[in-house]
Design a binder for this molecule. Structure first.
Ligand code: ADP
Ligand code: MG
Length: 739
């Protein structure tokens, strides 16, 4: 048996209990797991600081000094024992009183470590003195840190009573060799339980060192020789050794680059390979024609398409003509004109004798899509219908019949489209709007609705700008189109952030805008629709606004929230959309898609509670028609530094992709709003999607190059690659059914 697959348990100093702890806390089972578990940062322990020069700006310091006083404290800071030097330089130890139960004091002739609460050690390095404090491991440290002995202390300095001390510093004897001293020392991810179980940073280093000594020589290359040479990478063995124990910062850089590249490369290689395989295997519906309805619609548009819209439609057309199934993600900021692209794509399907469906995440959006699309379709002969949860039994029956006999060409709807026993005569294209609201299996059910088992083309539209690096990974096997140009006439939205004190001024401003014929959104956070306090805030806000904008002065206010019935919601939304109300007070239900061009002001209450992309989506509701639009972010006094940073960013930029990038940097990709990934479907152990964007692109480029030359990875030179891809960790990623 090879050392690599040996259980960690057999490593000296581990044993069954610690092995279980390492497995549970870090998922480490074998020596191979261990050597692939990397430090997340490094401490430079090559330098020593002078105690006199320490200040609070230093995150950690290392000092070397002599122990000049040791004090052992008991309960209530009673002194159990103290050693120090007297005036003549003689070492003296004074034992204090230990109060035994029962009260009679006695002078201890031996130390009662059980009673000890704290150990204080004063260290002198010639420039000054510093206290080291221990609450744990008291006996061990008391015995080790004897008066007059010299040690190296490493830790985080804290200010206490005007001086610096360190609590539980790492302690090393000088001159002792080993990984914990000198140069760069790795710091490993850890948990409270690990530390309590005795697996400290130092122990981790020791385990890594022991594991490498046992099995590094067994590690075999995962990248073919020709790639290592072309890319100037170091060997895997060198990388593993230096990621744990870098000989210097240059070696660390080489090691990091190699390991990050490898991780990103195999991720991309597996995704792209699936894409190759799928496009070969899946039969797609061939749609060679454009059709008269497409032209009829196109020619009667009240505006000309933007360059980006034209380009995207061409990309979609090429996909639909190709005979392969289209799987395309269409990204475009709020208001970039995705609906038009969807309609024209649907008309291509219709022009080839197929049907199309457009799915929206909410009833309101489906209704709005239906209204818009019906307008676009007026000059065509295509019949369009809507199916939602609110459709009556009779409507449903008619629609089912129309879809089955093919008389309905385009159907707009909500989840009802998949949940219902809807059968199409020939579904050729499924458009999914705002995809992040749909679950994976819901989408895949659409696939079954294609004619004769051939899956329909799929176009997923999202207004949540996904940073390029993430899109390349999450949707690595999808094609991505981006509408990166706004229709002409969109005015920038002036964004400002205010506190409570400016509220009266804000209300006057709203009145001014309303007097000019504009409308105003006021949005309250409702993170969980069920949360009571959120509901109360909304109601209080609503009453406040009613009080300041009274009906007697002609103000009409609509309110929409998640606890209303669908009819109520639709009624109120419609009132605002038609201009019958000047103010719409709502929760984030209006976040997605709603289009009221006359609205010029977006007020976001408790703005600090929203995430960046949500703020961006909300702001996108204005600036669609009015001459000038405004977004007012109202923040609480309780706004954290991080939240303030988000609000500042909102005031600085309107670019959705910049905001998404920053969102990812601030929150980490696993948390990215809109992707609904509570963790990515894969683990990156060293690379970061947020930080290693350039390397990711390079890795993807190389992967694509390799596959171009050898799509099945069957050339001898690529044997290592196909062997690596057969490993378990690359199997789960079946995005072929769109996720
Ligand atoms: P989104 O990408 O957010 O779904 P929409 O498709 O709803 O955007 O379009 C936003 C608004 O822009 C709509 O009122 C639409 O009529 C308008 N629009 C779309 N394309 C153009 C264009 N090329 N020129 C002018 N206006 C356009
Ligand atoms: Mg839209």
């Amino acid at each position: 048996m090879s050392e690599l697959s040996t259980s960690i348990q057999y490593l000296s100093g581990v044993g069954p209990k610690r092995a279980e702890l390492l497995q549970r806390e870090l998922g480490l089972g074998t020596l191979s797991d261990l050597i692939h578990f990397y430090p997340f940062r490094y401490m430079d322990r090559s330098g020593l600081q002078r105690i006199a020069g320490i200040d609070s700006s230093l995150a950690s310091v290392q000092v070397r000094g002599r122990v000049v006083q040791v004090t052992l404290y008991g309960p209530g800071s009673t002194v159990l024992a103290q050693s120090h030097y007297d005036a003549n330089g003689q070492a003296v130890t004074v034992l204090g009183e230990v109060k035994e139960r029962g009260g009679s004091g006695k002078t201890g002739d031996r130390l009662h470590f059980n009673a000890a609460k704290r150990l204080s050690v004063i260290v002198d390095d010639g420039s000054g003195r510093m206290e080291m404090v221990f609450f744990k491991g008291i006996k061990w440290n008391y015995q080790r840190l004897a008066l007059g002995s010299e040690f190296i202390f490493f830790g985080k300095p804290q200010e206490f009573n005007g001086r610096y001390n360190m609590v539980h510093p790492e302690v090393d004897a000088p001159q002792q060799d080993g990984p914990a001293q000198g140069g760069l020392t790795g710091v490993y991810p850890s948990t409270e339980k690990l530390k309590n179980g005795g697996i400290t940073g130092k122990v981790m280093c020791r385990l890594e060192s022991a594991a490498l000594a046992l099995c590094l020589h067994e590690v075999t290359e995962t990248l073919p020789e020709y790639l290592i040479r072309e890319l100037g990478l170091c060997s895997l063995q060198y990388a593993l050794k230096n990621i744990h124990f870098p000989s210097d910062s240059y070696a660390l850089e080489k090691a990091t680059r190699r390991l990050k590249f490898e991780e990103l490369f195999f991720l991309q290689l597996s995704l792209l390979k699936q894409k190759y395989v799928r496009s070969r295997a899946e039969k797609g519906l061939e749609m060679p024609r454009v059709g008269t309805d497409f032209h009829a619609c196109y020619n009667s548009l009240p505006y000309s398409l933007t360059g980006a819209q034209q380009r995207v439609i061409k990309e979609i057309r090429a996909d639909m003509m190709s005979g392969h199934q289209m799987n395309r993600l269409l990204q475009g900021d709020v208001g970039s004109g995705k609906t038009m692209v969807a309609v024209l794509s649907c008309l291509i399907a219709v022009g080839n004798g197929y049907q199309a469906c457009i799915m929206a995440p909410t009833e309101v959006l489906a209704q709005q899509h239906f209204a818009n699309i019906s307008k676009y379709l007026a000059p065509t002969s295509v019949k369009c219908a809507i199916l939602t949860g609110a459709s009556s039994v009779r409507e449903r029956r008619e629609i089912h019949a129309g879809l089955e006999d093919g008389s309905i060409g385009i159907i707009v709807g909500t989840h009802a489209l998949i949940e219902d026993p809807v059968r199409f005569k020939a579904l050729g294209l499924a458009v999914i709007d705002e995809q992040h609201r749909f679950g994976v299996d819901q989408r895949s059910r659409l696939w079954a609705k294609g004619p004769d088992g051939v899956p329909p083309h799929v176009l997923v539209m999202t207004a949540t700008p996904i940073p390029r690096t993430l899109a390349m990974t999450l949707y690595g096997d999808l094609d991505v189109s981006v509408i990166d140009e706004m229709p002409p006439g969109r005015k920038p939205v002036q964004t400002m952030c205010i506190g409570e004190s400016k509220r009266p001024a804000m209300y006057s401003f709203m009145k001014k805008e309303i007097a000019a014929g504009r409308q105003v959104f006021v949005v309250f956070p409702m993170i969980f629709e069920s949360e009571k306090t959120d509901m109360q805030n909304l109601e209080r806000g609503y009453e406040d606004i009613i009080a300041r904008f009274p009906l007697s002065e002609g103000y009409k206010i609509a309110i929409v929230h998640g606890q209303q019935s669908n009819e109520e919601k639709n009624f109120n939304m419609a009132a605002f959309a038609a201009g019958r109300a000047q103010i719409l007070v709502s929760t984030t239900v209006i976040e997605v898609g709603v289009d009221v061009p006359n609205a010029s002001v977006m007020v976001i209450e408790s703005a600090q509670r929203f995430g960046l992309s949500q703020l961006h989506q909300l702001r996108g509701r204005v600036g669609r028609g009015a001459d000038k639009s405004y977004c007012i972010l109202v923040k609480d006094v309780k706004t954290s530094k991080e939240a303030q940073h988000r609000l500042d960013l909102m005031c600085q930029t309107e670019n959705g992709f910049d905001i998404a990038e920053e969102d990812m940097r601030m929150r980490g990709p696993g948390d990215l709003e809109g992707t609904q990934q509570s963790g990515l479907p894969f683990n990156l152990s060293i690379a970061s999607l947020a930080k290693d964007g350039r390397l990711l692109e390079e890795a993807r480029g190389v992967a694509s190059h390799v596959l171009d030359a050898d799509p099945t990875l069957s050339l001898p030179q690529n044997e290592l690659l196909s062997r690596e891809l057969r490993k378990d960790k690359y199997v789960f990623r079946d995005y072929s059914k769109i996720s």
